[in-house]
Design a protein around this ligand. Structure first.
Ligand code: NAD
Ligand code: TYD
Length: 357
């Protein structure tokens, strides 16, 4: 039997970076199962699409019959579960898809994984893993002097997005506790890097600044996020998959807390150097304070000492090196940008940033 893993949501931002990194560093084949929502983009995987070790299958993680057939046919030794609705602002406008995919979808995947895993012969049953990719947002919001989130911080999700991810984390935990399914959960802080859909802070600001459009900062711009370069996150997931203790959760973070205003300032500074002929230079003049996000979490920070200590993982990029790479990537991939910012993207931006918001 061929050594293979199943990745869900591999056409999205983190999943596609994970697949590219996996193909460059590991031997096992990958089957990428993705529904291709607005956030899924097969252009992210051009570099591996001809590789015989990679295959794509379009499908929905809610669809149990589909999952059952796929698992029996592919016989993976692990499932790495990225598929989710992932944008907080969209979850505020319309939470339905978040509950459907993040909660019901994870439930379907767990049920079918359990049936598949239970029927495996002994050695394969022991080595099988279900790795669930989750977020720091499940822990809620920190005050300025609070200690960073640890694996023991109680869950206190505040947005429909984080509530749906928290629900999925609880289901994953219960499937280990009740049925013995060999699960691993990772909770990671904000990622940035190539392939991130430009509805999220960093790519949105890069693209708006280049186009001379307003840079919409919510509230007072002093909300803090702990930023991690996406390749460091992908390496952490590979590390947990191979070395993590079954049933454990691992917090992943960049030790890189920044206020949103600092992020926008860093992007503008880089663009001033790289694009001195843009419509608005210095780019900072485009900064515009807009109405705050409803229920906007003030601060996230991750205590990643467990994965550092137990699994010897550490981020390789600093924020300064990672943001340079990211800005350059967006400037060098105009076709990718043009592709994802057509049609439905424009409708989202028009609706979400409308003045009556
Ligand atoms: P993304 O929105 O870029 O990609 C999500 C992918 O899932 C897309 O390719 C989409 O087509 C697919 N998908 C959505 N619904 C599906 C369904 N019902 N069936 C099959 N596929 C479906 O998200 P991302 O930023 O790459 O995040 C990936 C995972 O990592 C998510 O679980 C998210 O909660 C988690 N996470 C993200 C961050 C971050 O900063 N982006 C941080 C920590 C954790
Ligand atoms: P985002 O990238 O949506 O990630 P998350 O909400 O999951 O942390 O937002 C990061 C931060 O940037 C968050 O505090 C909200 C803020 N933000 C803005 O100020 N303006 C924007 O246009 C967006 C999309 C986000």
């Amino acid at each position: 039997m061929e050594d293979s893993i199943l990745v869900t949501g591999g056409a999205g931002f983190i999943g596609s970076n994970f697949i590219l990194q996996w193909m460059a560093s590991e031997h096992a084949r990958i089957l990428n199962l993705d529904k291709l929502t607005y956030a899924g983009n097969l252009n992210n995987l051009r570099a591996v699409e001809a590789d015989p070790r990679y295959r794509f299958e379009q499908g929905d993680i809610v669809d149990r019959d589909f999952l059952r057939t796929l698992l029996r046919r592919e016989h993976p030794r692990a499932i790495v579960h990225f598929a989710a609705e992932s944008h907080v602002d969209r979850s505020i406008h319309g939470p339905d898809d978040f509950v459907r995919t993040n909660v019901n979808g994870t439930f379907s995947l767990l049920e079918e994984a359990r049936a598949y895993w239970s029927a495996l012969p002994e050695p394969e049953r022991v080595s099988f893993r279900f790795l669930h990719v989750s977020t720091d947002e499940v822990y809620g919001s920190l005050g300025p002097d609070d200690a960073a989130f640890s694996e023991n911080t109680p869950y206190a999700p505040n947005s429909p997005y984080s509530a749906s991810k928290a629900a999925s984390d609880h289901l994953v935990r219960a499937y280990h506790h009740t049925y013995g399914l060999p699960v691993l959960t990772t909770n990671c802080s904000n990622n940035y890097g190539p392939h991130q859909f430009p509805e999220k802070l960093i790519p949105l600001m890069i693209l708006n600044a280049c186009a001379g459009k307003a840079l919409p900062v919510y509230g007072d711009g002093k909300n803090v996020r702990d930023w991690l370069y996406v390749e460091d996150h992908c390496r952490a997931i590979r590390t947990v998959l191979s070395l993590g203790r079954v049933g454990e959760t691992y917090n992943i973070g960049g030790r890189s807390e920044k206020k949103n205003l600092e992020i926008v300032g860093a992007i503008c500074g880089l663009l001033d150097e790289l694009r001195p002929n843009d419509p608005a230079v210095p780019h900072r003049q485009l900064l515009t304070f807009v109405k705050d996000r409803a229920g906007h979490d003030r601060r996230y920070a991750m205590d990643a000492r467990k994965i550092e200590r137990e699994l010897n993982w550490r981020p390789l990029e600093t924020f300064e090196s990672g943001i340079q790479k990211t800005v350059r990537w967006y400037l060098e991939h105009e076709d990718w940008v043009r592709d994802v910012t057509s049609g439905s993207y424009r409708q989202w931006i028009a609706k979400h940033y409308a003045t009556e918001r």
